[in-house]
Ligand binder design. Sequence first.
Ligand code: GRF
Length: 197
Amino acid sequence: MLRVGVMVSGGGTNLQAILDAVEEGRITNVEIEVVISNNPGAYALERAKNHGIEAVCMSPKDYETRDDFNRAFLEKVDEYHLDLIVLAGFLVKIPEAMVEKYEHRIINIHPSLIPSFCGVGYYGLKVHEAALARGVKVTGATVHYVDGGMDTGPIILQKAVEVQENDTPELLQRRVMEQAEWVILPKAIDMIANGMV
Ligand code: GRF
């Protein structure tokens, strides 16, 4: 049974997709041990509580220095003896010590086809604004391992999504979430839990 922790910062629709997939048997051999957010207002924390999953909030803002937060964050995560950490819309940079300690055990969902529209400054709606500004006809989402860089680790799964006429960033984001993110993130977790990656 793979012990999984999910890190969130926002609405938690990717978390919800994971919870639904576990409930419907599309993810097997997984136990979601904890949901951690840096944002006390993240609805993702409500989603966790509604599922009886421990919801923890800790933010760099609560610490004197980033180093203090990084140490406390790693200590907290270690408490759950996780086999896999899933970054589902998590907007805090993962401390280097955590990347090293959990090497090949942290995955991230990014709302574009990496290597397009990724790296520093590309998150949330900004990704879709850049895709529309470039005029790409196809975009999508990527699940990848987290390494020391930003959106640079080995790619696990990708799924393409068509850009449509008159798309706004919001419309495109929604389509990428519905048609790609909420499909490949649960699938990647199930593949890892069942030794298929
Ligand atoms: C969204 O921008 C999504 O594309 C990205 O993280 C953000 C928050 O998603 N992966 P969620 O609803 O909190 O899962």
